[in-house]
Write a protein that binds this ligand. Structure first.
Ligand code: UT7
Length: 327
């Protein structure tokens, strides 16, 4: 059985925070952010706008795009590192907001690899015959866990949501041709939110130290990101039986243009011709990033039915993964 993307939806909040805005907040410059990361601006959720609000908007577009209703959905898998609350799952808030009353719903935490993980899980349920229609949602309100006093992280992240409807392919499209997931718990300290879990509940003291916000060892993450994404990308191509030259676009997790450029060199695929990036306009939106870029590429008329795409992602955990998809 081939499992295919039958609908796609994305949502970006209205407010835009530019590099120049950040210059007024921390000691940084548009020049540093642009040359070191490639980011020019990012979207920031409105006051009171939740991760599940953004997810529901993206999900409703994906359902409409697939030509189905929320009641047709059997399963919701939601990837996020910024759940509305610790309990219950954000997927349940989305279920209620869109009216997917026949679905069961749960969250997956794989940080920036959340889209690959959530999609791969949903694909297995469909292949097993347990569900017919799955809704995969990725939503990130990273502005809520960003330490706005830390210039090393606050310039990187943005908010947004994306969703896909997955079903058995109806035509002759191959859909998801391979998906490879990886993790290595040796590196749990490289990207983390230390408090707020059972190990160290939130206290006035640790909030005062900003330890309820995201922390990243950027340089170490950078070093591991390139090699991991290249090797898992190659593994996914091999599993799909697809040559790298058959790939129309690689759509990598949008974290840093220098990382993406290194991946392009190592895969020997031209950056301008075979990579689609929207990092300058949205920043790093963690699990939402790949589909936000895919939706833009489709909207721009750059992707046609039958094109083969390679998605690669890398993030906290560490987790990483890749997927070859024929659209
Ligand atoms: O999405 C999940 C996966 N995440 C990633 O893939 C992120 C991977 N890491 C990165 O993208 C990069 O490591 C960063 C963009 C986070 C940082 O770039 P870098 O080239 O690794 O910079 P660095 O951390 O080595 O810092 C270089 C210099 C330092 O100053 P000194 O020590 O050389 O004087 C920093 O203090 O740049 C300084 N710096 C800044 N300067 C201006 C760090 N952040 C800033 C800033 N503005 N915002």
């Amino acid at each position: 059985m081939n499992v295919a993307i039958q609908g796609l939806g994305t949502y970006l909040p209205e407010r835009i925070l530019t590099n120049h805005d950040l210059e007024a907040m921390v000691e940084t410059s548009d020049e540093w952010i642009t040359t070191r990361t490639g980011i020019k601006e990012r979207h920031i959720a409105a006051e009171g706008e939740t991760a599940s609000d953004m997810a529901a908007k993206a999900a409703n577009i994906a359902l409409e795009n697939a030509g189905i209703t929320a009641e047709d959905v059997d399963l919701i898998v939601l990837g996020t590192i910024t759940p509305d609350q610790q309990l219950p799952a954000t997927a349940c808030f989305v279920q209620e907001k869109i009216g997917a009353k026949n679905a069961f719903a749960f969250d997956v935490q794989a940080a920036c690899t959340g889209f690959i993980y959530a999609t791969s899980i949903a694909e297995q349920y469909i292949k097993a015959g347990t569900v017919k229609t799955a809704l995969v949602v990725n939503t990130e309100k990273l502005s809520a866990v960003t330490n706005w006093e830390d210039r090393e992280t606050c310039v990187l992240f943005g908010d947004g949501a994306s969703a896909v409807v997955l079903q058995e392919a109806t035509g002759d499209e191959k859909g998801i041709m391979s998906s490879i997931l990886k993790s290595d718990g040796k590196y749990t300290d490289l990207l983390r939110i230390e408090t707020g879990g059972s190990n160290e509940p939130v206290t006035a003291e640790n909030v005062g130290e900003n330890r309820h916000k995201m922390m990243m060892s950027g340089r170490e993450v950078f070093k591991l990101a390139v090699g991991s994404m290249v090797s898992v990308g190659k593994e996914a191509l091999e599993a799909a039986g697809v040559d790298v030259n058959e790939i129309k676009y690689v759509i990598p997790h949008q974290a840093n243009m220098r990382i993406i450029s290194s991946i392009s060199s190592k895969l020997k695929l031209d950056l301008d011709e075979h990579f689609y990036n929207n990092l300058p306009r949205v920043g790093n939106t963690s699990s939402a990033s790949i589909l936000l870029a895919l939706a833009e590429a489709i909207e721009a008329g750059k992707i046609e039915k039958g094109d083969k795409l390679l998605f690669v992602a890398f993030g906290g955990g560490l987790t990483w993964g890749a997927m070859v998809v024929e659209i």
